[in-house]
Write a protein that binds this ligand. Sequence first.
Ligand SMILES: Nc1ncnc2c1ncn2[C@@H]1O[C@H](COP(=O)(O)OP(=O)(O)OP(=O)(O)O)[C@@H](O)[C@H]1O
Length: 284
Amino acid sequence: MADTGISTGQSAAAVRALSVTYRRGARLVHAARDVSIDIPRGRIVGLIGESGAGKSTVLRALLGLTKPTSGVVEIAGTDLSTVSAKAALALRNRIQVVMQNPYASLDPRWSVADSIAEPLRARSRQRGSEPMSKDDIARRVGEMLDRVRLPTSKLHSLPRELSGGERQRVAIARALSVRPAILVADEPVTALDNVTTAEILGLLEELHAEVGLAILIVSHSMSVIAQLADDVHVMQDGRVVESGSAESVLDHPQHPHTAMLIAASRYLDEWDGSGPELTTAAAR
Ligand SMILES: Nc1ncnc2c1ncn2[C@@H]1O[C@H](COP(=O)(O)OP(=O)(O)OP(=O)(O)O)[C@@H](O)[C@H]1O
C-alpha cells in the first residue's frame, strides 16, 4: 500500500469499503462507493469534497443514521454489524456531533443549562447506564461551560439571546457533555463570521489538545481544514479520490479534483478576505 502519511495508530472509528446506494425513482444514486476512512485516536481528520460528493452520507453511516449497502462501520475496533443492538448503541455513544447551524441543533425553548444537560439526562435514563444525580449533572454542565469558555452568567440564556459563536459553543459543550471519544463536526463554522470562525477553530484545537478528542471535520473551506486537520480525505462523486496527511494533500495535491478544490477555496477566501490563511498543520 502507498505511504499516505496518515497515522496508523489505534482507530477510534472507521468506515471500511463502505458503499451506500439510494434509490431515486427508477434511478440508483451511488452516494458512497467503496469508501475507507480511518479516524485514529486523538487525530483530526478532514473530509472535503464539493456538494453532493457523499460526505454527509459517510457521516450518516458512521452515526448509524444511514444503513450501508455494503461495507463495515467500526468503532473502537469493533465492527458494529457483529455486536448486539445494545452493544452497538454503547459504542455509538462514543461519537457526538456538532452541526453547521447551531440554531437548528439547539431547542429554542431550552436554556443553555438544559441544552447541555439533556444528553446527560437521556444517557442517565438509558438501560445499563450509570444514573447521574441532579447534582452530578449540574456539576458536569458547569465543567462544560468552563471548557468552552462561556461565563456562568449565560447558564439561563435562551439560544435567541446568544450570538452565533456562543450558540456554537453551547452546541460543542452539549456534544462534549457525555465525554465522547470522537467529535464529528459537520461544517461547524460555515454559518459564522470570520472572527467567530477563528475563535471556534481555536476552541476545537484546544479541546483536541486538552482531552485528546478525535475529530472528523467536514468543511468546504480548505483553510479550515488546513488549520485543523492532521489527515485529509478528498471525495468526488461518492469515492475517496485522495487521502494523506494535510501537508501532503494540501501542499502537493496529486488528484486534479483536489487541486481544483484548493484553487476554488483559495479564490473564495481571497475574494471575501475570509478565513484563516491556508497554512497546513506542518507549518503550525
Ligand atoms: N436520502 C437520499 N435519497 C436519495 N439520494 C440521496 C439521499 N441522500 C443523499 N442523496 C444523494 O447522494 C449524493 C451524496 O449526497 P451527500 O449529501 O452525501 O453529499 P455531500 O457531499 O454531503 O453534499 P453537501 O456538501 O451538499 O452536504 C447526492 O447525489 C445526493 O443527492
